[in-house]
Design a protein around this ligand. Sequence first.
Ligand SMILES: Nc1ncnc2c1ncn2[C@@H]1O[C@H](COP(=O)(O)OP(=O)(O)OP(=O)(O)O)[C@@H](O)[C@H]1O
Length: 254
Amino acid sequence: MTQQPEAAISLREATAVLGGRQVLRGVDLTVGRGEVVALLGANGSGKSTTVRAVLGRTPLASGSLDLFGIPLRRFRDWRRVGYVPQRSTATAGVPATVREVVSSGRLGRRRFLPLGGGDRDAVDRALHVVGMAGRAGDAVGALSGGQHQRVLIARALAGEPDLLIMDEPLAGVDLVSQRVLAEALREQVGRGTSALLVLHELGPLAPLIDRAVVLEDGCVQRVDDPDRLHDLACHPHDTPAAEPAPAIRTGLLS
Ligand SMILES: Nc1ncnc2c1ncn2[C@@H]1O[C@H](COP(=O)(O)OP(=O)(O)OP(=O)(O)O)[C@@H](O)[C@H]1O
């Protein structure tokens, strides 16, 4: 019998405290190998905190996290993880070209060695996949917000990660760029990459998503399989029809 490879992410009963408040209250989240999981929920429900916990940037107060079957405290192989942060223009003030920023996605693989032909091919491929090959020589400071987002995605893709984590990759991105991103992700997942995507709407990514985990107030409210994903693409924060919302008791009439 062949053994299943360990999940890319295995987060168990995770709690986290920020500013004296418990913002994660027992989150369970698994992303299997080659699986694409969407993390949904209203503003402030704990999506970014969960992502930051998975990246080891927000410490867990309790619970456990394994990446590729290795407990976080022993995990060192960060080049296997590509991360696209919540939309930022963090590199906008940096006097670098698009190609230089995307090439920085290879550094984890090269350590202190100069980039070689294989690295350049990976950078070219990533630029092509996000439709920015024609802008490779431009300064990142001259890009629009959506183009900047594409560059950050290309930087993550250039590292050829086994796990891609993106925090709201569709935010502020027009439909054409959303489709470009969906195609880039499809290509990457076709190579066996796992993905955790924080989303408010599934949009063109819906067909790629295997499971949606919906957070509410730091807890997993529900996990949806592909059957419900069509509805979620339009109304990601709806509660299922089978579970009517509890009546609001004002105390005035009841
Ligand atoms: N550094 C911090 N200090 C204190 N509280 C924080 C901090 N970062 C986040 N929080 C709080 O933790 C809760 C979860 O925040 P988080 O950013 O994870 O939510 P989110 O689901 O990603 O929201 P959004 O959809 O708005 O990005 C929020 O109530 C937020 O105010």
